[in-house]
Write a protein that binds this ligand. Structure first.
Ligand SMILES: Cc1cc2nc3c(=O)[nH]c(=O)nc-3n(C[C@H](O)[C@H](O)[C@H](O)COP(=O)(O)O)c2cc1C
Length: 340
């Protein structure tokens, strides 16, 4: 059925269809029972990460529901979690359009969205509104970033602000320093900024938890695939030292070699062409983890379209796997086809 819908969807502008799908998923609630009947695999295969229970290992990756508008729909489909965002402290429009492209021959997307979002306060109220109607075991991750106008030197304040505003709304946080579409953002992965940034985030998480007499939230670091082995190692040990829960590998790649697009086109590539590289990064992290008593939890993201891809990620040490582009190409049936 989705094959027909996809033909129609792919006829239109990618961002317009994306917005239409999010709007429909949020507003057309009468469709939820049908969606549940058709797509939800109703199977449990729990994963526990530092006390946070996920009903299965499959989640929806960041960037699809940037403003937390359709959370109930992702729960209905059977994902164990959604990562909303990337959210920034202040609302911002993102980059100029067009900024989202389908590379159909490559089963891929190219995007340079640039953290278009309605800001942390608006996200907090969206999550508060919907939380009661969600399944008790549905997990909400909040993926946080810095505003475009914030210089790298004060980026840490933006991440801290997001944690402060969204602490009660989030089940976990992801620190995104790997998007290729905000100028300079990936420099935060370098030693120059990393220690200070992760240290500040650790402190903020701790102080917000103390205020509420709660445990700190689980925090993950989302990294780019375009790093060398030494850089990945540095990120691993910095996350480890600053008591992060784990690492998400990976964000989109800027490597466009051999793809059905101009190599100079700006943006990040997701989907099939990303799979091998993100598997490589995951494997390296897994090996580092084995040397360190599996201290960090690994979440895989990059090129998952079916059960084989999903199992590859689990075999490379991932506790959870997230999809984005696979969902666009395979449709909502991807949840059942992976989890059944
Ligand atoms: C259109 C688009 C927007 C995205 N926006 C974000 C984002 O805001 N924050 C983020 O951490 N990752 C973002 N991503 C990256 C995805 O979360 C995911 O890590 C990446 O696409 C690789 O997974 P995939 O091959 O399953 O798509 C975005 C990806 C796409 C295609």
């Amino acid at each position: 059925m989705y094959k027909i819908a996809r033909k129609i969807f792919f006829y239109f502008n990618p961002e317009k269809i994306h917005d239409f799908v999010i709007y429909s998923a949020a507003k057309f609630r009468f469709l939820y029972p049908f969606a549940k009947f058709l797509y939800n695999p109703q199977s449990k295969n729990e994963v526990t990460i530092n006390g946070l229970v996920f009903r299965n290992p499959l989640g929806l990756a960041a960037g699809l529901d940037k403003n937390a508008e359709a959370i109930r729909f992702w729960d209905i489909l059977g994902f164990s979690h959604i990562e909303v965002g990337t959210v920034t402290p202040l609302p911002q429009p993102g980059n100029e359009k067009p900024r989202l492209f389908r590379l159909i021959k490559n089963k891929s997307l190219l995007n340079r969205m640039g953290f278009n979002n309605r800001g942390a306060l608006e996200m907090k109220s969206e999550i508060e509104k919907i939380k009661k109607s969600l399944s008790k075991d549905f997990v909400i991750g909040v993926n946080i970033g810095k505003n475009k106008i914030t210089p790298l030197e004060s980026a840490k304040d933006d991440y801290a602000k997001c944690i402060e505003i969204l602490f009660d709304a989030a089940d976990y946080f992801t620190v995104n320093i790997s998007s290729p579409n905000t100028e300079g953002l990936r420099e935060l992965q370098s030693e120059q900024y990393l220690e200070d940034l992760l240290g500040t985030i650790y402190e903020k998480n701790y102080s917000e938890s103390q205020k509420r007499n709660q445990n700190p939230k689980n925090i993950f670091l989302k990294i780019a695939p375009d790093l060398n082995d030494d850089e990945i190692k540095t990120l691993y040990y910095s996350a480890y030292k600053n008591k992060f829960t784990g690492i998400i590998a990976t964000n989109t790649t800027v490597d466009k070699s051999g793809l059905d697009c101009n190599e100079n086109e700006k943006g990040g590539i997701s989907g099939v062409p990303l799979k091998n590289r993100s598997d490589y990064v995951l494997n390296l992290l897994n090996n580092l983890n084995k040397e360190n008593n599996n201290k960090l939890f690994l979440i895989a993201s990059g090129g998952v379209f079916n059960k084989t891809d999903f199992n590859d990620k689990l075999n490379l040490g991932a506790s959870l796997v997230q999809v984005y582009t696979g969902f666009i190409y395979e449709g909502p049936g991807i949840v059942k086809s992976i989890l059944k």
